[in-house]
Write a protein that binds this ligand. Structure first.
Ligand SMILES: Cc1cc2nc3c(=O)[nH]c(=O)nc-3n(C[C@H](O)[C@H](O)[C@H](O)COP(=O)(O)O)c2cc1C
Length: 219
């Protein structure tokens, strides 16, 4: 079966965490004898073909990063150009990933995504959720392979039913909230280590000052 994957990420394919996750997921899915085609909305020249693929096929997956608690604006813009399908039978699933680690961060967007397929004349086939993906493009290859392996596994599972099972997703997405002890540890030690790490990343990207600098703080 052909799965049409549409990436709602705004970053270009070579910089996008969503694109890396899609590659792992489709590898798992294709290992079960299926095929995929992927369209990237970050490249507006692909919109026409992504729309055509959406109309022509009935097995669709939108993969997207969480942006300010919901879907990226450019993906919303794309969705507004799609007409509702007149014939029943199309299933839409979603793969939603974000930067913050607690799954609770993704729930607001998940609730919206649950309502979206019906607006497009389609059936909802579940949403795979995962947080803590911010660093995916910043870690070394070994760590990236480790972080992406579970998505390959989920691609294999998706291949069985062409939908995501809510219980499996909840297990995959966890923790829903960090326990209090973990939060205390983060406030005491973790945030200082994270600050060093973030400043290093910023420096490597060309940032010349500390991230918490307040150039207009005296005003
Ligand atoms: C403008 C912007 C808003 C974001 N908002 C959230 C957010 O509300 N919650 C969250 O967990 N991550 C948020 N993130 C982090 C991204 O979801 C995360 O880094 C993701 O892996 C980026 O995927 P991409 O590289 O495909 O764009 C945001 C990132 C950006 C750039």
């Amino acid at each position: 079966m052909l799965l049409v994957i549409i990436s709602g990420a705004t970053r270009a394919k070579n910089q996008s965490n969503t694109a890396k996750i899609i590659e792992a997921f489709r590898k798992g899915y294709e290992s079960k004898g299926h095929t995929t085609e992927v369209w990237y909305l970050a490249d507006r020249s692909q919109w026409e073909m992504a729309r055509a693929a959406f109309y022509k096929n009935d097995n669709i997956l939108f993969a997207l990063p969480l942006y300010v608690e919901n879907i990226p604006g450019s993906m919303l813009e794309f969705l507004e150009t799609i007409e509702k399908k007149k014939e029943a039978g199309t299933k839409i699933a979603f793969l939603l990933q974000g930067g913050f680690p607690e799954a609770s961060q993704l729930r607001c967007c998940e609730t919206y995504l649950e309502t979206l397929p019906a607006m497009l004349g389609c059936e909802y086939a579940g949403t795979l959720l995962k947080g803590d993906m911010f660093g995916l493009s910043l870690v070394d290859d070994k760590q990236r392979v480790k972080a992406l392996q579970p998505f390959e596994e989920m691609g294999k599972r998706f291949a069985k039913t062409h939908s995501f099972n809510k219980e499996e997703v909840n297990q995959f997405a966890g923790p829903e909230f960090f326990p209090k002890g973990v939060l205390r540890g983060f406030h005491l030690i973790g945030r200082h280590i994270q600050r060093i790490f973030m400043n290093k990343i910023a420096k490597s990207l060309g940032c010349k000052q500390k991230l918490d600098v307040r150039p207009y703080g005296h005003i």
